[in-house]
Design a protein around this ligand. Structure first.
Ligand SMILES: C[S@@+](CC[C@H](N)C(=O)[O-])C[C@H]1O[C@@H](n2cnc3c(N)ncnc32)[C@H](O)[C@@H]1O
Length: 290
């Protein structure tokens, strides 16, 4: 019996080491990508930031007319959404957290350049950071475009109930299954297409990184199961894309003149609720059940 127990323990230890290695590799890949990709200045990301902010600020203004929420932005990158939120929340406070050192350095510089003082950025792993937060500390927790390459994202969303004040708001943006499927088809990556259709997370194509993706219904069900209500879903970028995306062959916002870009924005916003699944990302805005 003790032999069996020793063997089982050895197998478990080996499994844990493999998992640690995978987590380490994932972290290195994500950090490398985000060190070389500034979402504040790259060609199309500011357009999508504006689209996110259309929905996010509308929800915030309705719920916090005194402009005073405490906001936590998990995986804030270079502060593309955190800084404009702090500019709006004149009586509130925003904290941005990200484990990519270069992203945090940029975020701090942008906040100084824009003279935004009610914001702080910290370099940390999200999982570590949320352990240190007292209960009911924030009105709003954001996590946009993070879950698709964060294997532990469900654990984090589940734990948000402790961090959020009663009636607090969660804002998340998830990779859409449909949009990624189009990408596989565009690249004639048929194995990848099968993975995207059959599963909701894992390794896709020959990419060494782990990804997750979902449908609007899947995001809705997950948030409802984690005890959120009043869940609103919107597709972000339902008819366009950045370089390499499936729908970039229809239009890349940065290739348009300002007036045409505004027209595209109006179209994407007016159809965002009807065609949620077609978005590059699925934006979810939900409230904690009290
Ligand atoms: C695609 S960017 C999105 C940035 C920002 N939320 C936005 O929408 O502009 C994702 C960010 O999440 C960060 N990230 C991913 N996993 C993380 C983790 N476990 N801990 C901290 N940051 C993480 C990455 O470093 C990256 O800056």
């Amino acid at each position: 019996m003790s032999f069996v127990l020793r063997q089982t323990a050895a197998v478990l230890r080996k499994g844990a080491r493999v998992l640690e290695k995978c987590a380490d590799l994932q972290k290195k890949i994500v950090q490398k990508v985000m060190t070389n990709y500034d979402m504040m200045t790259s060609l199309d990301e500011p357009y999508y930031a504006q689209q996110y902010l259309y929905w996010i600020l509308a929800a915030c203004k309705e719920k916090y007319p005194k402009e005073n929420p405490r906001v936590l932005d998990l995986g804030c990158g270079q502060g593309r959404l955190a800084i404009p939120l702090a500019q709006w929340a004149t009586q509130g406070q925003v904290i941005g957290v990200d484990f990519t050192p270069a992203a945090i350095t940029c975020a701090k510089q942008y906040a100084v350049q824009k003279k935004v003082e009610n914001i702080n950025f910290y370099q940390s792993d999200i999982l570590e950071y949320i352990k240190s937060i007292p209960e009911n500390a924030f009105d709003i927790v954001m996590m946009t475009e993070v879950t698709f390459f964060m294997p532990e994202y469900k654990t984090v969303i589940q734990q948000l109930h402790n961090i959020l004040k009663p009636d607090g708001m969660f804002i998340g943006a998830f990779w859409s299954q449909y949009y990624r499927l189009l990408q596989c088809i565009k690249n004639r990556c048929w194995d990848g297409a099968k993975t995207i259709m059959d599963r909701k997370e894992g390794y896709w194509g020959d990419n060494p990184a782990w990804f997750s993706w979902d449908t609007a219904q899947g995001v809705f069900d997950m948030l409802r199961d984690f005890d959120f209500s009043n869940i609103k879903l919107r597709g972000i970028g339902i008819a366009s894309g950045i370089e390499g995306d499936s729908l970039s062959s229809i239009v890349q916002p940065s290739h348009l003149m300002k007036e045409e870009q505004e027209k595209l924005m109006k179209i994407e916003i007016s159809l965002a609720e009807k065609y949620v699944d077609c978005g590059r990302y699925i934006l979810a805005i939900a409230e904690k059940n009290t």
